[in-house]
Write a protein that binds this ligand. Structure first.
Ligand SMILES: Cc1cc2nc3c(=O)[nH]c(=O)nc-3n(C[C@H](O)[C@H](O)[C@H](O)COP(=O)(O)OP(=O)(O)OC[C@H]3O[C@@H](n4cnc5c(N)ncnc54)[C@H](O)[C@@H]3O)c2cc1C
Length: 360
């Protein structure tokens, strides 16, 4: 059996572990310093902006397309394996296009998506209002509705992936901090506080931890934090039409229905002044809440159930994400730096890693 060790069990490590668990000749171990889904993944809103993204070609589009398609099979596959439901909002994403934005570019994108076999609908204000009467459309010139985009609960999904992968034989070790990596003649020795582990392949799905883990190697990956804050709001009833509850996004603020009258609202995008350290700014979170209220006035009456923050792993000086060989090594694979789209890109990242290791 070929041994594969994955460091990190956020959405990326968990999805890779599951995808590799489907390859019979692999023996897979996941090492995670905390519990699963405790890093950036715990903070994410799970909005999968694939078809509605402006990426139309190259690997940026291919990764999105593969993920969108794989999610449609992955969720039922996991539900069948585990006998439990995974929250997956199939009602699409509605983006509000604001005054000053270029509606023609959305129309062009809709045309491209049609040619790629996907659908993107441009809605006039009357249609937006008829479908989502809860919205204040004063600053809005049109709606862009993407019926094939999705939203999911990132923590619930990560835990489901761990359970399904474990059922398929993956060995998960939580509370294990990887302290260093050393080359062997034909693989790697992973040093942890619990002892050492030998492996043929090493996959770094360690988000912000990737910089430290590659420090002693030929090529250090520079991944830095971008802080995001979000809110859980509660109303007595769902907003608008209870049978049509898409994720709504406007001016980079998401209003995400999560059942009943509950909504997640976020997120701030806060860069560290020195590149490395960043403290949450309460006024930025309040601006996000006020913007959500501007589009959806009923949210002014919502109770704040909780707020939270997370650190998005952003690769410095290069586009996100970083997937592929660590330069200088053909058996260390990077699956990191997913910045704002790790939940969206997890399935295609896992497919890329599987194909690098298993050849398909
Ligand atoms: C507020 C907010 C909202 C977001 N919303 C969305 C969204 O709507 N859609 C979307 O697609 N993305 C969203 N994101 C981005 C998304 O959360 C990230 O891109 C994604 O979670 C990255 O996943 P990951 O598994 O790479 O990282 P993480 O979840 O951070 O996991 C990395 C893991 O590696 C472990 N680790 C690191 N070093 C070591 C070591 N030495 N030894 C052992 N373990 C180690 C860590 O403990 C951690 O658990 C959002 C992020 C934030 C903060």
């Amino acid at each position: 059996m070929v041994k594969v060790a994955i460091i990190g069990c956020g959405i990326i490590g968990a999805t890779i572990a599951y995808e590799l668990s489907l390859v019979p000749e692999l023996n897979v171990t996941v090492l995670e310093q905390k519990a699963p889904a405790q890093g950036a993944t715990s903070a994410a809103l799970g909005v999968l902006m694939g078809i509605i993204s402006h990426k139309v070609k190259g690997s940026a589009w291919r990764l999105r397309q593969n993920s969108i398609q794989r999610y449609e099979t992955l969720i039922p596959e996991l539900e069948k394996s585990l006998g439990r439901q995974i929250p997956f909002n199939r009602q699409g994403i509605l983006l509000l296009c604001l005054e000053g934005e270029n509606l023609a570019s959305w129309e062009e994108l809709a045309e491209v998506r049609r040619s790629q076999g996907f659908s993107l609908e441009i809605w006039e204000l009357d249609k937006v209002n008829a479908n989502c009467p809860q919205l204040n459309l004063e600053r809005v010139i049109a709606g862009v509705y993407s019926p094939q985009d999705r939203q999911l609960d990132p923590t619930a999904l990560t835990l489901a992936l761990v359970d399904a992968a474990a059922k398929n034989g993956v060995n998960f070790q939580f509370g294990v901090d990887v302290l260093g990596i050393e080359p062997l003649s034909n693989g790697w020795q992973i040093k942890t506080q619990n002892g050492n582990l030998e492996t043929d392949w090493l996959v770094l799905a360690s988000g912000l931890g990737s910089s430290l883990l590659t420090k002693s190697l030929l090529h250090q990956i520079d991944v830095r934090p971008v802080l995001g804050q979000a809110l859980h709001l509660r109303l007595d009833n769902p907003l608008g039409n209870p049978d049509f509850q898409p994720a709504i996004t406007a001016n980079d603020v998401h209003i995400v229905p999560v059942g009943g009258g509950d909504y997640w609202v976020g997120a701030t995008v806060e860069f560290p002044a020195d590149g490395y350290q960043v403290e949450p700014d309460a006024s930025k979170l309040e601006l996000v809440r006020q913007e959500a209220i501007a589009f959806c006035p009923a949210l002014a009456n919502a109770t704040i159930i909780k707020s939270w923050l997370g650190l998005r792993p952003r690769p410095e000086g290069r586009p996100a994400p970083v997937i592929g060989n660590l330069p200088g090594y053909n058996n260390i694979l990077l699956a990191t730096g997913h910045y704002r789209n790790g939940i969206l890109l997890a399935p295609s990242t896992a497919q890329a890693i599987r194909s690098a290791i298993a050849g398909y």
